[in-house]
Ligand binder design. Structure first.
Ligand code: PHE
Length: 357
């Protein structure tokens, strides 16, 4: 019995894995194991012999069983330790400092503007860049002969010879999304529509493709005062400065009545563009109360509903906020420029954490 104890306790202590342990269990205390066979021999013993051998065999069996389960949990612990060592990760390490790529200022500003208007309860709507003549013009109260069509320097799409339907256009503003949003959601409505727009124009403050964000709020009792508050609130949040001066200038758009253009005080001194100081004004948006005909074109009853709309030049306000003097650089894809003016890809603008950290 002593030989069996030494043999099995040694083998169990040295078992390499659970499979080896199971083999040992079968060999020792399994149905045909050595200890079990010895127990069967008890029947052939004299009662005196049995009285000694019985308890001793039971004790041996218990000893082997507990050695087996102790070794089993030791093996499991070792396996877990091994795995934890292999999969170890220091989550407190800083991220890699060399970032590849960056967020373009236009994308950054679009996200900033969206965050500000989302906070005021506006949702985001989108429309196509290749737009029908009806959405881009007619529905916005700009009929075929209207001079505004010529003023917009529109890019027209090609039509096959003999097809005299009006050609599609590259949308000249985001205002067609007003109509699409009214058709889709009806009144009341509060949306902003950021996106690309196109006009044949090119100089320091104009490029043939640029960006606007349209705003539209429709309800029963919306007035010009609401428009003014929303725009002032937006400009203050956007420029993150206490002092910004706006100038509301009476203007004309076919799709709003009355209409106002808004300029912001700025300076171009020393080739850098600064907002909030200086003797210059830069026009940043057009706005007004939505024309009844436009509401009707969008399927909304102008006798019941009214609202305001505005269109902000995203590129313009980006130049102003980040002191970028030439609009054309936005679209040159110059890597040095992008590295200088770009934003870290993980910094999502929000009102709580700071728009442009
Ligand atoms: N669509 C006008 C433009 O591109 C801007 C605007 C939008 C004006 C909404 C009034 C209301 O110039």
């Amino acid at each position: 019995m002593d030989d069996l104890r030494v043999k099995y306790l040694d083998a169990i202590a040295n078992a390499a894995d659970e499979a080896a342990l199971e083999d040992l269990r079968l060999q020792a205390v399994g149905k045909k194991g050595e200890v079990s066979l010895k127990m069967r021999e008890l029947g052939k013993m004299t009662p005196e012999e049995r009285q000694v051998a019985g308890p001793a065999l039971n004790a041996l069996k218990d000893e082997i069983n507990s050695a087996l389960s102790a070794k089993k949990s030791a093996l499991a612990d070792a396996a877990l330790d091994e795995r934890l060592r292999g999969e170890w990760l220091d989550v407190t390490l800083p991220s890699r400092p060399t970032r590849q790529g960056s967020i373009h200022p236009i994308s950054q500003v679009t996200d900033e503007v969206t965050a500000i208007f989302a906070d005021m309860g506006f949702s985001v709507a989108e429309g196509p860049q290749v737009e029908s003549d009806w959405y881009n013009f007619d529905a916005l109260n700009i009929p075929g002969h209207h001079p505004a069509r010529a003023e917009m320097d529109t890019f027209y799409m090609h039509r096959a010879e003999g097809d005299d339907r009006p050609p599609h256009v590259l949308r000249t503003h985001t205002s067609p999304v007003q109509i699409r949003s009214m058709e889709k959601a009806g009144a009341p409505l509060r949306v902003i529509c950021p996106g690309r727009v196109y006009r044949a124009d090119y100089d320091q403050t104009h490029t043939p493709m640029f960006h606007q964000v349209e705003g539209l709020a429709i309800d029963k009792d919306i007035s010009m005062a609401n428009l003014k508050w929303v725009l002032e609130e937006f400009v203050r949040a956007f420029f993150e400065v206490d002092h910004v001066e706006l100038r509301f200038r009476a203007s004309h758009f076919p799709f709003t009545e009355p209409s106002a253009e808004v300029d912001i005080r700025c300076s171009w001194e020393g080739g850098t563009l600064k907002v909030g100081e200086g003797d210059d004004w830069l026009e940043i948006l057009g706005s007004g109360m939505v024309h009844p005909k436009v509401l009707a074109a969008g399927g909304i009853d102008p006798d019941q509903w009214q609202g305001f709309a505005f269109g902000v030049g995203i590129d313009r306000i980006t130049m102003l906020k980040y002191g970028i003097p030439d609009l054309r650089a936005f679209f040159d894809s110059d890597l040095r420029w992008l590295r200088h003016y770009g934003f870290a890809s993980l910094d999502q603008p929000n009102l709580q954490g700071g728009l442009s950290r």
